[in-house]
Write a protein that binds this ligand. Structure first.
Ligand SMILES: Cc1cc2nc3c(=O)[nH]c(=O)nc-3n(C[C@H](O)[C@H](O)[C@H](O)COP(=O)(O)OP(=O)(O)OC[C@H]3O[C@@H](n4cnc5c(N)ncnc54)[C@H](O)[C@@H]3O)c2cc1C
Length: 489
């Protein structure tokens, strides 16, 4: 009798014979690929490293014939288990071509942000979306999550900086958007059918499918930004680049009250900063600077145009105290490192048994309601006896919240998430501004957008991936995965 493990090994061997890239299934490899930067763990059957587009076409055909789903994977820095799955993991690191053009760059999905930055720097240009993880993420993962960072206030998220994308659909079709008319027309029709009032009133959003960003055929490629590997495997992309600004100034402002600082954000936005970021007292403890003893939080405000005019405007309106006004590149970089390391500092500070998995860590609300978001967090802390650490992209109304508690009741975690998401949606916010839906939030996408839009999302998914082989369970799902496969439990 043939055992199930023998059957599985046959499947793996068949796949290995089929493609020119590597196919691995040693225990250590499967263990390594069973985790990413999230709190989840799912063991795959096999890990594949396609060498080229042709390999991917063969893998997709194989996946459909053998009913084994595919999860594309970049650098695995995602925080929501987007790159985890029980079938085939498709590591795209070999697709790493790069060609710099005037005001754009053509890349493969496997190129890291760090490599891209280095190459563009030689041309005195840059790709604007800058996740705090810095050089380590891949362009494919950034597109799939619609990533953003501290500069997105001025320059936008990936969706605003994507010019063209080539994907392989779940049907094995290679399509380039926006030039593909068949898919372009279908996407545009979906975009015209959605209820736009159900989309959040925020400047950054990585929840569900971004049909709201599509006005006409020329925008159809934007549907891939934030699609989390569920509509197609990204095999190349053309990205907008900008010239590195000639001058910069970063101001660090300290406040003795969080609400006071968040209320001030709307006024600061009028001075046109490129960045407006927030860290609370937990992060500032790690910064080698002597702050006023009453300081409870900081705002990082950066300008890259009209420095004199904007800074003098800022100084007239703020209630906080300016502790640094930095112009030298090295000083600016040093302070941004403090902000970018907020998650690492906080993980160091929270003992392992007190960490609550990332679930509500990435909401955004209209900036004028940031103080209300803080009240919601305080309310959760009071009701559930939790503590929180907060930092993030205040200028986009996007705060990262880390909850701290000893209690590890799964039902309670889900309850906290649901209460939080309902309140955020009611305020016109998004349940995820940058990290995506992944395992914790996909079941709440319907709550965010309503039945009518969710039905359209389903049709859209069917168009691209009729057999549901591409990252199943993400964005479109009937199952609850928020507390399933958590590592700590
Ligand atoms: C410390 C830390 C700080 C972070 N800060 C930020 C931040 O400031 N802003 C931000 O936006 N994010 C941030 N993140 C989250 C994460 O870094 C980004 O989402 C990043 O862009 C993910 O890229 P990746 O290559 O690691 O993707 P992965 O984690 O490998 O994958 C992410 C998703 O993309 C899909 N995917 C990957 N490649 C492809 C492809 N070729 N085709 C189709 N789908 C694909 C995967 O299936 C998965 O759904 C942070 C993470 C960490 C750990």
């Amino acid at each position: 009798m043939v055992t199930s493990i023998e059957l599985l090994n046959n499947v793996r061997k068949n796949l290995a014979e089929l493609i020119s890239g590597e196919v691995l299934w040693d225990k250590e490899i499967l263990d390594y690929y069973s985790v990413d930067s999230s709190s989840y763990q799912i063991k795959p059957k096999v890990v594949v490293f396609p060498k080229n587009q042709n390999d991917i076409l063969k893998i997709i055909k194989f996946s459909r014939e053998n009913k084994i789903p595919i999860v594309p994977r970049g650098a695995s820095t995602g925080l929501v288990g987007g790159a985890l799955g029980s079938g085939i993991i498709l590591d795209l690191k070999n697709l790493n071509h790069i060609k710099v053009g005037k005001n754009f760059v053509s890349v493969g999905p496997g190129i890291t942000k760090g490599k891209l930055d280095l190459i563009l720097k030689k041309e005195e240009s840059f790709f604007a979306p800058n996740p705090s993880i810095g050089p380590y993420c891949s362009v494919g993962g950034m597109i799939a999550n619609n990533s953003s960072g501290s500069k997105s206030l001025k320059y936008g998220s990936v969706i605003d900086n994507l010019l063209e994308v080539t994907i392989i659909t779940g049907n094995g079709e290679v399509i380039t958007l926006p030039s593909n008319k068949k898919f372009g027309k279908a996407i545009t029709n979906f975009a015209h059918a959605i209820d736009r009032k159900k989309y959040p009133n925020v400047t950054k959003n990585s929840c569900g499918y971004r049909l709201d960003a599509i006005k006409n055929l020329n925008d159809s490629h934007k549907i891939i930004a934030g699609s989390e590997g569920t509509l197609g495997i990204i095999v190349s992309a053309k990205l907008k680049t900008k010239k590195i600004p000639q001058q910069k100034c970063l101001l660090i402002i300290e406040y003795d009250d969080i609400v006071k600082s968040t209320k001030e954000c709307v006024n600061i936005l009028r001075t046109k900063p490129v960045s407006l970021e927030f860290v609370d007292e937990h992060t500032l403890k790690n910064i080698s600077h002597r702050f006023h003893p009453s300081t409870k939080c900081l705002l990082f405000v950066e300008y890259d145009t009209n420095l004199k005019k904007n800074i003098s405007k800022l100084k007239k309106i703020i209630l906080g105290r300016i502790v640094c006004e930095l112009y030298a590149e090295l000083d600016i970089e040093r302070w941004w490192r403090f902000r970018d390391l907020a998650l690492s500092y906080n993980l160091k500070f929270i003992p392992k048994n007190m960490r609550i998995p990332h679930m509500i860590e990435d909401a955004a609300v209209p900036v004028e309601d940031l103080d209300k978001l803080i009240s919601i967090i305080n309310g959760i802390n009071r009701r559930f006896d939790t503590k929180s650490i907060i930092y993030g992209h205040a200028g986009n109304g996007n705060l990262h919240i880390r909850l701290i508690s000893k209690r590890k009741d799964k039902k309670l975690l889900k309850k906290i998430a649901k209460i939080f998401f309902i309140k955020v949606i009611k305020m016109g916010g998004t349940i995820t501004a940058e990290h995506g839906d992944g395992l914790p939030r996909s079941e709440f996408v319907k709550l965010q957008y309503g039945n009518k839009n969710y039905k359209i999302f389903r049709e859209l998914k069917k168009l691209f991936d009729p057999d549901n082989v591409l990252n199943p369970g993400k964005i479109i799902t009937e199952e609850s995965q928020i507390v399933r496969n958590l590592i700590q439990f």
